[in-house]
Every structure is written in structure tokens, then in C-alpha cells.
Design a protein around this ligand. Structure first.
Ligand code: AMP
Length: 286
């Protein structure tokens, strides 16, 4: 496995594969865990060459202290990437991605970027995501790119971007990988104190409560949200948002109907912001 720092080196490395074989890209911000590795395993199974990018993208952080505190451990990341068969770790410097004079942005509009994370982290968050993902797609020209359902809204935004801009990359969505107690794996989990780490399991428990309610035939949003919120408030967890939205439009929905819905949550536990979600369908959990 090779570590590549520049776009020129990456293109040269991938040139022999183009045309004859497929390239899979796993975009990450590093501090890899088994959720990221699951994306990489899937990419390995599907493609001839696998690129895992590590870039803590400054433009998608609304809070400078959050950016400063973001965990970084490239040495360990490289070992983990090698262990699942990644061919190239692409870890550019900030100036390689945003050289002096850089001025482009990729901006989507509407509820998929304005709801939930967009409302709480600011519209600049998804603008930062779409701009860097579009750039990574331009740098790597992947046949397939792998994203986690853990960031359900991000997946939807990236899907909309590739459709709107006719980017010929297939977006592959990988199920959320969880700890044994249900907590969705996240690079941020390592910031939790042991006490807060134990409390964080209630986030998944809250989603599970709504999932069970939906499986039991409850379909109105108020009741579903109430069953989840009760678990969170009983455990004194600060809720930033808890919403039931249409999985396609990300508009809030009052009742589950035939299409899938996303029950999405953001909480702050001991100063660490965590997000999670579950897909609900009328009369059944999925
Ligand atoms: P990040 O490094 O947090 O930007 O995440 C990089 C990619 O890994 C994104 O597509 C995430 O959705 C995905 N990811 C992060 N955590 C998980 C998880 N627990 N399960 C599945 N995918 C994940």
C-alpha cells in the first residue's frame, strides 16, 4: 500500500488501472474505525483499485474548536487501511486541496441541505462537503464511491450532487456499523469520557424504541418521536434535533406512509456532538 500526497502522483498511480479496471474511493476524515473499514472492505470487494482518502476538510466545520479537536492519527490509519487491502491512502495537505486563489464552491439548495445538519451546523456545512467531495471525485475519477448510512443526510446530498452534475460515479451506501451496545461507530466517540461513553448507548436505544414502535404499527410522527425522545430525556441527554423526515426529500413528515423515512438525531454528550439515524417504514423496521 502506498501513501500519496499529491493529485499528480495519485493520477499517475491510477493511470494503469483506467480503462481496464475499476477504481473505488472511500472518502474519510481519518481516525479510522470499523465503520470506515467496512466501507473499504466493500470497496475492495467491488473494485480493482481502492483509494482511501484522509482529509480533515476545514470548510465543512462550522466550529473552529471542533476542527482543532478532531482526532488525527495517520500512522494508525495507514496500518488499518493496509489491513483491509486498500491500495492507496490519499492524504493531501490542505494547500493541495485548496491552493492559494482557490475560489470554487459546489452549492445545492433545498431541504436536503437546509434541514437537520444544515439547520444546526449552518448551510456552509454541506457546501463544504459537496465542494470537497466534488473535488475528490475530480482528483480520483472513481467508478464507485462509498459512504456510510451513519451520515444519512450526507449520502442523500452526495447522491443529489452526482445526479445534478452528471458525475459518472456510482454512490454505494454501506449500513451503519455499531459497537456491541448499539452506539454508532464514530471518530468522535473517542472524545467521550467513560461515563459519557456509557450514556451514549442510549442514543441507539432511543432510535431502537422508535423502530420497535413503527414495527408495532405506530405511524404518526409525534408518537414515534415521543418514544425516542423519552429514552433520551430519561437519560438527561441534550437533544439538538430529533426529526422524522422523508428519506428522499428530507422534509419533515407527520406520518409514515409507504416510502422510507429517516428518524435522525443529533445530541451533545459531555461536549461531544453525536449523530445517528434509523430508516423506518410503515409497519416495519428496516
Ligand atoms: P468521516 O471520517 O466521519 O467523515 O466518515 C467517512 C465515511 O465513513 C462517511 O461516509 C461516513 O458516513 C462513514 N462512516 C462513519 N462512521 C460510520 C459507521 N459507524 N458505519 C458506517 N459508515 C460510517
Amino acid at each position: 500500500m502506498r501513501i500519496v500526497r499529491t493529485v499528480a502522483d495519485l493520477r499517475a498511480a491510477l493511470a494503469p488501472v483506467r480503462g481496464s479496471g475499476s477504481v473505488g474511493l472511500v472518502p474519510t476524515m481519518g481516525a479510522l474505525h470499523d465503520g470506515h473499514l467496512e466501507l473499504a472492505r466493500q470497496a475492495r470487494a467491488d473494485n480493482d483499485a481502492v483509494v482511501l482518502s484522509i482529509f480533515v476538510n476545514p470548510t465543512q466545520f462550522n466550529d473552529p474548536s471542533d476542527l482543532a479537536a478532531y482526532p488525527r492519527d495517520e500512522g494508525k490509519d495507514v496500518d488499518l487501511a493496509a489491513s483491509v487491502g486498500v491500495d492507496y491512502v490519499f492524504a493531501p495537505e490542505v494547500t493541495e486541496v485548496y491552493p492559494p486563489g482557490f475560489s470554487a464552491t459546489v452549492t445545492l439548495h433545498g431541504p436536503i441541505v437546509e434541514a437537520l445538519e444544515g439547520a444546526h451546523r449552518g448551510v456552509g456545512h454541506f457546501q463544504g462537503v459537496t465542494t470537497v467531495v466534488a473535488k475528490l471525485f475530480g482528483m480520483v475519477s472513481p467508478d464507485r464511491a462509498y459512504f456510510g448510512q451513519k451520515d444519512a443526510q450526507q449520502v442523500r446530498v452526495v447522491q443529489a450532487m452526482v445526479a445534478d452534475l452528471n458525475i459518472p460515479t456510482q454512490i454505494v451506501v454501506v449500513s451503519t456499523v455499531r459497537e456491541p451496545d448499539g452506539l454508532a461507530m464514530s471518530s468522535r466517540n473517542r472524545r467521550l469520557s467513560p461515563f459519557d461513553r456509557a450514556r451514549a448507548a442510549h442514543v441507539a436505544e432511543a432510535l431502537r424504541a422508535a423502530e420497535l414502535a413503527a414495527a408495532g404499527g405506530i405511524s404518526d410522527a409525534w408518537s414515534l418521536l415521543h418514544s425516542a425522545r423519552k429514552v433520551l430525556t430519561d437519560n438527561a441527554i441534550d437533544v439538538e434535533y430529533l426529526e422524522l423526515v422523508d428519506a428522499d426529500t428530507f422534509r419533515p413528515i407527520p406520518v409514515l406512509v409507504t416510502g422510507p423515512a429517516v428518524l435522525a438525531v443529533a445530541v451533545v454528550i459531555g461536549g461531544t456532538r453525536l449523530i445517528d439515524n434509523v430508516v423506518l417504514r410503515q409497519g416495519s423496521a428496516s
